[in-house]
Design a binder for this molecule. Structure first.
Ligand SMILES: Cc1cc2nc3c(=O)[nH]c(=O)nc-3n(C[C@H](O)[C@H](O)[C@H](O)COP(=O)(O)O)c2cc1C
Length: 390
């Protein structure tokens, strides 16, 4: 072998080793790919205040991280918000209530981010009438028309937008949530026509934890509802980068299970399989380690649902400011037939009366567990800003 070929081979070997080490590091790194979470760096250098505000609003909490928002910026000084009809949860949210809560959270962050730039906002919900009662009746009418106006007071919760993350791991059962933390969290919460309730009382925790776990079992053991989540699960950096939405899993264990074909995404996990055990353990752990609960309730018209999202994101930003984790446990609130007994029970336990019969009746809109995690919750992926702008 002449020297040149030897050098070439040696160089190639080093490159191969470097690539190999890079691939291995990527394989073991549980962090989401940087590009998928770039939204959490803020809006960058753009100067249109509406685009800058939208860049903050896309970090809003929303069901299954579907990010169902579409904004039309063609009219000067106006942001018109639509829902993306492809991004809904037909089985676990057949009435679209939760999807609209995610739109309310988006509107609230938008208003806060405009105020931060010195701009006020007039929010008109349903400018062309409300969407239909069921997802299948939904057409392309806007959810909100937001008109800019001069002058606005800054909102202190704005400072927490880019640090707000939903913790989806067990809470530390050695670390109770203090009663005064709950009190501070609830102070000033609600608004937008919503009532706020909460407890960290040990005696109250047991039935509520049990409700979370039993209602989770219904979602997980009903084939069409568990498949809805499985279809939205993104495993490993390539899938996460491709979609930048849904339920992102990047842990080496699940990726290994997936890589060897043990995480079949075409059928519900078979009872007793590793995937089944991991799924059940995850939800049982979340339920049983709840160290407190907080909930929002109010009437249930379409505008109330959007307003519930506005109140919810404020509450979660306040939790962020206090350093306490707040995680929605929405299973008992889901409106499909098999869940009806738990829907009844969540209303009895939290509000002391039966489940609502009409949209005027008080309805639990959000139900969340509270606690502290061992490590901070990660930022979840968001699609690029351009994907949201018409
Ligand atoms: C209406 C609504 C319902 C939600 N329900 C659940 C739930 O049942 N379980 C859960 O883990 N997260 C739930 N979430 C949280 C979302 O999954 C979370 O906001 C989304 O994945 C984005 O993550 P982030 O909040 O950390 O940005 C819910 C959020 C909203 C707005």
């Amino acid at each position: 072998m002449n020297r040149r070929n030897f050098v070439r081979l040696a160089g190639g070997g080093v490159v191969a080793m470097a690539v190999g080490a890079g691939v291995a590091a990527r394989a073991l790194n549980p962090a989401y790919p940087a590009e998928a979470v770039e939204a959490w760096q803020g809006p960058g250098a753009g100067t249109d205040p509406r685009r800058r505000a939208v860049a903050y609003a896309i970090t809003a909490p929303n069901p299954h991280n579907l990010q169902p928002w579409l904004v039309d910026l063609r009219e000067p000084d106006v942001i018109t918000l639509y829902t993306d009809p492809e991004r809904v949860l037909a089985h676990t949210d057949p009435l679209g209530r939760q999807i609209l809560i995610g739109h309310g959270a988006f509107v609230e962050l938008l208003v806060m981010a405009l105020a931060e730039q010195g701009l006020g906002a007039d929010v008109t919900l349903w400018p062309r009438g409300e969407l239909g009662a069921r997802l299948k009746d939904w057409d392309r009418r806007p959810i909100a028309r937001i008109t800019l106006k001069p002058d606005a007071a800054r909102d202190p919760l704005f400072a927490h937008i880019l640090n707000r993350h939903t913790p989806k791991t067990d809470f530390d059962t050695a670390r109770p949530v203090a009663a005064d933390v709950l009190r501070t969290l609830m102070q000033g919460a609600g608004g937008h026509g919503l009532q706020v309730g909460g407890t960290v009382d040990a005696a109250a925790l047991h039935p509520l934890r049990e409700l979370c776990w039993q209602s989770a079992r219904v979602e997980l053991l009903t084939p069409r509802t568990v498949m809805e989540s499985i279809h939205l699960t993104r495993v490993g950096p390539d899938e996460i980068l491709k979609h930048r939405d849904g339920i992102s899993i990047n842990s080496p264990f699940i990726r290994a299970v997936d890589a060897v074909g043990l995480f079949d995404r075409k059928t519900p996990p078979a009872e007793g399989s590793e995937a089944y055990k991991a799924m059940m353990a995850r939800f049982e752990g979340h339920s049983r380690t709840a160290m407190g609960f907080v909930w929002l309730s109010g009437p249930n018209h379409r505008a109330d649902q959007v307003n519930a999202g506005r109140a919810y994101v404020r509450l979660q930003l306040q939790a962020t400011a206090l350093g306490v984790g707040m995680h929605p446990m929405s299973q008992a609130l889901q409106e499909f037939a098999e869940m009806a007994p738990h829907y009844e029970r969540v209303h009895q336990l939290l509000l002391g009366h039966p489940a609502p019969k009409t949209a005027d009746d008080e309805t639990v809109q959000m139900f969340c567990r509270l606690g502290y995690t061992a490590t901070p919750a990660p930022a979840t992926p968001r699609r690029p800003l351009t994907a949201f702008v018409v």
